[in-house]
Design a protein. Sequence first.
Length: 127
Amino acid sequence: MRQRSKTTPSATVTIPASRQSLTPPARTKYTSRWLSESRAYRCYGCNSAICVPGHVPLPPDDIIAATKEYRSFMKGGKLQLHHGPTHYHLRERCIKEKNPDFNPQADLVLSPTDCARLLPERGKLLQ
């Protein structure tokens, strides 16, 4: 039988500062979604209903903000963590409830098609 030699624990390896990434983390981007084309039922920010299944609210409440992020929730008395789609009312206060550094001008992405579909009452919502 061979005996193994004792080794000393290795030291922690550090990466020189010149090789570390100096770019800041990317900001979370939110896209607009139309409730008539998606299945969103609860706002992750204020935890209230976005819509009743089978019923689309009237403008301006028929558009939401969506992104993918980590969500935490209780299930069976245990804290769960899930990465997936999250939906918010298109209200700054709802998004800031979970993401205090939200900046509507920088973080909300609207496609040209969505901009064309916006009615005047929805445009006021985005200002």
